[in-house]
Write a protein that binds this ligand. Structure first.
Ligand code: SDX
Length: 427
C-alpha cells in the first residue's frame, strides 16, 4: 500500500488509499469518493482510470514494453507458440511439456462446431463482411452450449473457455469460405492449431492441402502478437458484459463487435486499404498533411496508441516479419515499401514526434496477411481469432475476482432540468 491521497471539496472527502501493484503506476482507490463528497470523477475514454486488478498483461507505454504473465512479447513471438501463449494467458505460467500436450489435445478435440451452426451462415448474403458473420455466429454459440454457460461453475467455465479458443478458428474459416462460395472444411486433428486453421481456410475438398511451414509459423506469430493487450476497448467490453453475469459466448460476441471499429481492431483492414490508396511513396506527403489537418477527419491508420508513446513492440516484430515472410514466399509488395517510407517520414515529422505517434500492431500486419492470401475483410477476423484467448483469460479473471461487481459508470448530466409534460395541441 503506498499511503493515501487527500481529496477534500468544501469540507467533504478525506484520505483515499494509494494502492501499488507489482510494476507500473500506483492507483488511487476512489471507490468511496461519491459517498463522501456527492461528486463523481470524470474521465471520458478512461484515460486515467484503472478498471480492475489484473495479473495477465502489463504494458509500459513509454518504454514500449508488453509482458504476458511477465514474459516479454518479443521472446514469446520468437520462442513460443500460440497454443502455449493461450495456456499461459489462461493459467498464469508456461506449461510443462506434458501440460502443453494435454492442453493442445483438449483444444484440438473441441475444434468441430455443431452441424446446425453451419446453417447460420446461409442466412447471410455472400458479400456480408466476415466480421458481421462473426458477431452473429459467436453470439449464437450461447444457443448451443447450455451445458457450459453456468459461470459460477468452475468446470463449466473451463469447458466454455476451451470451446471458445478451439472453435473460433473453425468459425473464422467458415466465414471466409462462405464469402468466397467454397464448401466448409472440417478440422483435422493431426494438424497444429494454426495449421488446422490455414487448411480450413485455404484448403478445398478436391485435393489434399499441404500446410506451408513458412506461412504456419508467420500466422502463429501473428496470433501470438494479437492474443491479449491489457484493458483495451474490446477486452473492457468483454469484462463489462461478463460483469452482469452474461454467458461467455455472448461476452465474446460483444468483444468482437467492439474490436471491429476502425479505431481498434478494424485498423488493420483500414491501414492496408490506406497504404494501397496512397499507392506510391511520392503521394505520402499529401496523406501526412491530411493526418495533421485538424479539419480533416483522416487519421494515419496503424499509427498512434492510447498507451504506447513509443514503438508498439508488436509493430517492431511485425515489421521484421513482413520482410522475412515476403522474402521466403518470394513476394514483393510495393505496399511494404510505401509502409516503410511512410513510417520513416512520419517519425521525422514534428507533429508525430510531439504527439508521440508511432506505428502500432495494425500498421504492418496487413502486409503479411495479404501476402499469405487473406482479403482485407478477413484481417479483423484474424485479430478476433487470436484475441479470443486473451478475452477468455480476462473474462475468467474478472469472474473470479472477489472485488468484481457489475460495471455501472455514472455521468455528468448536462440535459434539461425537470419539466412538465405538454400536450401535443399546446406545443
Ligand atoms: C489497437 O488499446 C489497445 O491496446 C488497442 C490495441 C490492442 O491490442 O487491443 O493495441 C489494438 O486498437 C491499436 C490502435 C489501432 N487504431 C489505429 O491505428 C487508428 C488510428 N489511431 C488513432 O485513431 C488513435 O491513435 C487511437 C485511437 C489508437 C488512440 O487514440 P487516443 O489515445 O484517444 O488519442 P487521441 O485520439 O486523443 O490522439 C491524441 C492526438 C490527437 O490530436 P490532438 O487532439 O491532441 O490535437 O494525436 C492525434 C489526435 O488527433 N492522433 C493522430 C493519430 N492518432 C492520434 N493524428 C493522426 N493520425 C493518427 N493515427
Amino acid at each position: 500500500m503506498g499511503g493515501s491521497a487527500k481529496i477534500e471539496i468544501e469540507g467533504q472527502g478525506g484520505e483515499y488509499p494509494i494502492l501499488n501493484g507489482t510494476i507500473g503506476p500506483e492507483v488511487v482507490d476512489i471507490r468511496k469518493l461519491y459517498g463522501a463528497t456527492d461528486r463523481f470523477t470524470y474521465d471520458p475514454g478512461f484515460t486515467s482510470t484503472a478498471s480492475c486488478r489484473s495479473k495477465i498483461t502489463y504494458i509500459d507505454g513509454d518504454a514500449g514494453v508488453l509482458l504476458h504473465r511477465g514474459y516479454p512479447i518479443d521472446q514469446l513471438a520468437e520462442k513460443s507458440s500460440f497454443m502455449e501463449v493461450a495456456y499461459l494467458l489462461l493459467n498464469g505460467d508456461l506449461p510443462s511439456a506434458e501440460g502443453l500436450k494435454d492442453f493442445t489435445y483438449t483444444i484440438t478435440r473441441h475444434t468441430m462446431v455443431h452441424e446446425q451452426l453451419a446453417t447460420f451462415y446461409r442466412g447471410f448474403r455472400r458479400d456480408a463482411h466476415p466480421m458481421a458473420i462473426m458477431c452473429g455466429v459467436v453470439g449464437a454459440l450461447s444457443a448451443f452450449y447450455h451445458d457450459s454457460t453456468d459461470i459460477d461453475d468452475p468446470e463449466q467455465r473451463k469447458i466454455a473457455s476451451h470451446r471458445l479458443i478451439a472453435k473460433i478458428p473453425t468459425i473464422a474459416a467458415m466465414a471466409y469460405k462462405y464469402s468466397v462460395g467454397q464448401p466448409f472444411l472440417y478440422p483435422k486433428n493431426d494438424l497444429s492449431y494454426t495449421g488446422n486453421f490455414l487448411r480450413m481456410t485455404f484448403g478445398v475438398p478436391a485435393e489434399e492441402y499441404e500446410v506451408d511451414p513458412v506461412i504456419e509459423s508467420a500466422m502463429d506469430k501473428i496470433f501470438i502478437l494479437h492474443a491479449d493487450h491489457e484493458q483495451n476497448a474490446s477486452t473492457s467490453t468483454v469484462r463489462l458484459a461478463g460483469s452482469s453475469g452474461a454467458n461467455p459466448f455472448a461476452c465474446m460476441a460483444a468483444g468482437i463487435a467492439c474490436l471491429w471499429g476502425p479505431a481498434h481492431g478494424g485498423a488493420n483492414e483500414a491501414a492496408l486499404n490506406m497504404l494501397r490508396e496512397i499507392g506510391t511513396p511520392d503521394r505520402i506527403p499529401e496523406y501526412i498533411a491530411r493526418a495533421k489537418n485538424k479539419d480533416d477527419p483522416f487519421r494515419l491508420m496503424g499509427f498512434g496508441h492510447r498507451v504506447y508513446k513509443n514503438f508498439d513492440p508488436r509493430a517492431k516484430v511485425l515489421s521484421k516479419a513482413a520482410t522475412e515472410v515476403l522474402d521466403k514466399l518470394g513476394i514483393s509488395d510495393p505496399v511494404l515499401d510505401t509502409a516503410r517510407e511512410l513510417e520513416r517520414i512520419a517519425l521525422e515529422d514534428d507533429y508525430f514526434i510531439e504527439k508521440k505517434l508511432y506505428p502500432n500492431v495494425d500498421f504492418y500486419s496487413g502486409v503479411i496477411l495479404s501476402a499469405i492470401g487473406f482479403p482485407t475483410t478477413m484481417f479483423t477476423v484474424l485479430f478476433a481469432l487470436a484475441r479470443t484467448a486473451g478475452w477468455v483469460a480476462q473474462w475468467n479473471e474478472m469472474i473470479t475476482d472477489p472485488e468484481q461487481k457489475i460495471g455501472r459508470p455514472r455521468q455528468l448530466y448536462v440535459g434539461s432540468e425537470q419539466r412538465d409534460y405538454v400536450p401535443v395541441d399546446q406545443r
